[in-house]
Every structure is written in structure tokens, then in C-alpha cells.
Design a protein around this ligand. Sequence first.
Ligand code: GDG
Length: 493
Amino acid sequence: TSDAASRRSGGGGGPPTEADGGIHAKPNERSITVDEPTGGLTAGLDPVVKKTDGTWIAWGDGDADFEVTDEENCVAVPPDEEAYTLRRLDLSEEAVDSYYYGFSNRVLWPLCHGFPDLIADRPTDFDWYRTVNEQFADAVGDHADDDSVIWLQDYHLALAPRMIRDSVPATATVAHFWHIPWPSPATFRHCPAGNRILEGLVGNDLLGFHVGTYADRFLNCVDRYLSGATVDRARRTIRYDGGMTRIVATPMGVDAAAYDRDARSASVDRLSSLFDTYGIPETTAIGLGLDRLDYTKGIPERLLAIERFFEQHPDWLGAFTFVQKATPSRTDIEAYEQYGEHVRSEVTRINRRFETADWQPIVYTEDVLPREDLCALYRHADVMVVSPLVDGMNLVAQEYVAASVDSDSALLLSDRTGAHERLGSHALTIDPTDTDGFAHQLERALSMSQYERSRRMNTLRQRVFNGDIESWMDTQFDWIRRIHENAHETTSR
Ligand code: GDG
């Protein structure tokens, strides 16, 4: 980790709600317990912030279920280590509806994932988005000094960087990581208040994306839509209003060593009881899907491919079971509610078509699995199917590889994920909308020789271990350190 700054403040837009997963501090007698997060952002960042001894600022819905330790609504977490300070911004129901379920997830999420038809721009949502970004900027101001590094996360905070930049000392560094894709200029055109979003983001000293394509699309959007900005594509820098923003592509990894360790210690008993609970016959080959119920994740397309696979290869009936774990998410938004209904009805339809008295082709659950069970399933699954229509990175693919300690399984990976840039050449690539090609790759994965499976998996494992969460964090903080030192040198001259 970096020692660039003596004090770090993180701005986390990711909400600590059940929907996306998060850090839940709960009363347990007089102590606090911290649940495992189930959203990619929080799952990835929790270990990072633990190492920085900083302040994590995140919003809550005003229903804090833990006692705050001071007037700034701060609490030390995790309680046994006190590794960082969590500061909660309590938002009203109306603010949550407009800021989170509104502009963040009815506008920016569909826009950035290339679903402009799903954009629903309700009248006051942008105003609330701006107000909550201001609240974050103010809270950062309470903790920042001239040596601070402020690290913002994700699309919930696009306006805050400029607000922070204008209010903290010039030597403080403002960095941001955008966890989802960035759209092409043709799609970005649909963004309400698009100018304000771009202007907000170029308030950062550093802006990171998972892959070069998103970084380049951002530069193209700024070049096209933000007048007064000077874009240097070769250096990936933007000059605007006297400041400079560096754009970088730094793919996020997972805590590979921890998944490896937990998969090795996953007991056979644990797996058996999991199979018992869900009625999975122990003798069948297992396929696994693990996603939030989100229209970007390609779950219905996956189910169609599984149906096609059984149609074309009836010898696998009763010999292959697909386990789909789906986490309901953002259910206040109609598109998500409808998506969930569609997925459930497709599972029922396909099961009715093929099931027998003692076997179901698709075992579907929305239960949150404890990490031990997740690692046991990752290790045991013969094929992991990661088939989003578009996904910024996708951590599940990398977790699966890290947990595949026996190197005897295969990964089917959509070419529309950030993860594909790193893992594509040794995973089995799929176009999620090509049902026949998808079904073919599934059959190929299941009938592949042990030699080829382990050759591919060993290479995947090397890549995931080499680009783990720690190396992602080191790369981010190397950039931050450079920018931070440069700012200090410039002001002391
Ligand atoms: C966003 C971007 C990007 C899921 N179910 C359970 C569980 N999980 C954990 C997984 C994984 C995480 O949730 C999901 O992460 P993803 O990366 O797959 O997806 P998003 O939530 O969409 O994340 C994505 C990410 O941010 C990081 O930048 O990769 O592109 O969309 O960690 O393991 N964990 C447990 N039980 C479950 O039932 N314990």
C-alpha cells in the first residue's frame, strides 16, 4: 500500500443496504458485527480500506442500527481490529429514492451499460443527485487537510470531485474509480445534464476505469461534449479550468489468496449439506451462475442456452445440474422487478420441460450464501458461467478461478465483460446472445479433456493471482502518490 498521505478519506457511494450488499453494522449485545458484503464494489473495497486506516464515508437510510461514536456519525469498524472509521451520511427516504434509485440507477446505470431505452429521468432526481453529492463533498471537507488523499468510488458521485476540488487545499489529491463501463459518445448523448457530469468528473486529479476501452470512450466524450477541455489521447490527460485529470485503466482484481485458502478449507460435509438443502444430486456435473438480478447480467440468455444444450445433448439430462444463485437488487425499480419475474418464470418453464422425479436441470436460489458455502460451490463446480450482456469487470469470474484449487474446471466468459480482457484467451469465450454458440461452449467445457481443463485453468490462475486486489490497489496508489508528490513539489516551489 502507499504511504503517499498520512490521512486518507474514501468517498463510497455504494450504499450499505441489503439490496446491493454492504457493510452492515448490527447491534449484538454491546458489540458490532460486520456482515460479508455481496456487491462487487463493497466486496472489493472492504479489504482495501482496512489497510489504509482511513475514513470511509458512505450513505445510510437514516435507520442506523448501530450506536455512533461521535457527533459526526462515525463508528470504528471492524470492532475487533478498528481498522477504519465508517462515517454514515443519513439520507431521507425521498433522497434515497431520487439519488440512488433515481439518477444513479435509473439514469447513469442504464446509460453507462448501453441501455438508453431504460433511462427514466424523473423531474427532481438530478437535483437530489447534486444535493447528495454536495453532502459527500461537505463530509469529505470535514476530514480533509492539505495532505489528504480523497478516493471516490463509482457512478453515484460524479459531481462530487469538482465540488471537493474547489473546497480542499490544492495539495490534497482527488482520485476516483469508476466501477462500471463508460459509454460511447453516441450513447452518452442521452445523458441528462451530461455536461455537468463530465465537468464534475474532470474535477478529479486521477480517474480510473477497469479497461482501456472505457478510458478512451471517456476521453472521446469529453472531447466531444465538454467545451473548454483539451484532451491528449496519447497521454490520456484532460486539461480543464486550470486543472489536469489523468485517466488510467487499472483492472480490479480479487483477494485471490483468500479465495484459494477458503476453497481449500471448504469441507466435504459443508458441500453435502448444501446439496441436501437445494436437492442437488451429488452424482451430476455442476454448472454455476452467481449474479445480482440485474438486466445487464444476461441471466435469461444463459437459461436459453442451457435449454438449448439439453435439447441438443439429451444424454446430459439427469447428468448435469445448473445452480443459479441470484441476489435481488434495486427492486424498487420496475425494470429490476420485471427482470426478476422473467428470470423466475424462465427457470420454472425450463425445469417443467426437463425435470424428473429426482432431478431438476436448474436449481435456483436467491439465498445469500455464507462465504464458506460460496467457496465450497466455486471449488466443486465443473463449469462457471459468467455471461453478462455488459459488465464493467465482473469479480465472480476471478473469484471462481482463484477458488478452483484443483484446476479441473472450466470458465465460460462473455466477451462483453471487463474480465474478458484479462482472462478471455484461456476461458471459453461466449457471445451471450448467440444461443447455439453458447450451448456449444457449454458442451465443450463439460467434455473437455482433463489435460486441457487444467492447462487453461492454471494459466487463468496465474493471471488472477498476478492481478489481484492488492496489485490493483498498489497501481492506484502508485498513480496517486505520483500526482500527490507532484502537487506538493509544485506548491513548495
Ligand atoms: C460492480 C460492477 C465490477 C454475490 N452473491 C453472494 C456473494 N456475492 C458477491 C460475489 C462478488 C460480488 O458479490 C459481485 O460482484 P460483481 O463484480 O460480479 O458484480 P457487481 O455487483 O455488479 O459489481 C462490476 C464490480 O462492481 C467491481 O468493480 O466488477 O462490473 O457491476 O464479490 O462473490 N457473496 C457471498 N454470498 C452470496 O450469496 N458471500
